[in-house]
Design a protein around this ligand. Sequence first.
Ligand code: PRP
Ligand code: URA
Length: 209
Amino acid sequence: MSKLYVFDHPLIQHKLTYIRDKSTGTKEFRALVDEVSALMAFEITRDLPLEETTIQTPVTEATTQIISGKKIGVIPILRAGLGMVDGILKLIPTAKVGHVGLYRDPETLKPVEYYIKLPTDIQERELIVVDPMLATGGSANDAIHSLKKRGAVNIKLMCLIAAPEGVELVQEEHPDVDIYLGALDEKLNEKGYIVPGLGDAGDRLFGTK
Ligand code: PRP
Ligand code: URA
């Protein structure tokens, strides 16, 4: 069974409140998603392995630590996942970025894939799939299947807000994928929106309707 982490850091919770607030405009929404994504990246990388290295400080030689092991790939699910990329890259500037384009059919709520472009070495990377919303879970589930079909073996899923239904689907289909959230909300409504949620993440991020 995959692990579920809900980040309780006060800065993440504080900023999520303003992200959820419907009076927050596009410019501020974008900035807040960027900031929360960076804070979540800080938490998600907590267990990266370190190795020793020797350097010269201005004073002496010193044995210190650097990150070792697998390189990272960030995989936003288009569109809304794009809003999380820059915040993560601020902390992990050498990460490669792959894109999975999916939209949710408004009638069936089923995801439709329209684009995929990935780094060539995804099988060697620790991949962080990012999307602000995990609602029915259909989009994240399909995106992860697509990545696995192309050789990915080490995948984490990071979302700002999730519904229990989405978490359950991803955990059932992908017991090897740990899930990292800013908040686990109450439920989905009849239109498949997360309650209380934040509304339509793509529209709020890009100012569309
Ligand atoms: C939103 C969101 C997720 C998906 C979540 O995207 O960014 O990708 O819905 O819903 P699910 O868990 O039920 O699949 P949307 O389909 O609205 O596309 P967009 O990002 O292009 O607006
Ligand atoms: N997609 C969104 O953007 N918001 C939701 O609440 C559910 C799916």
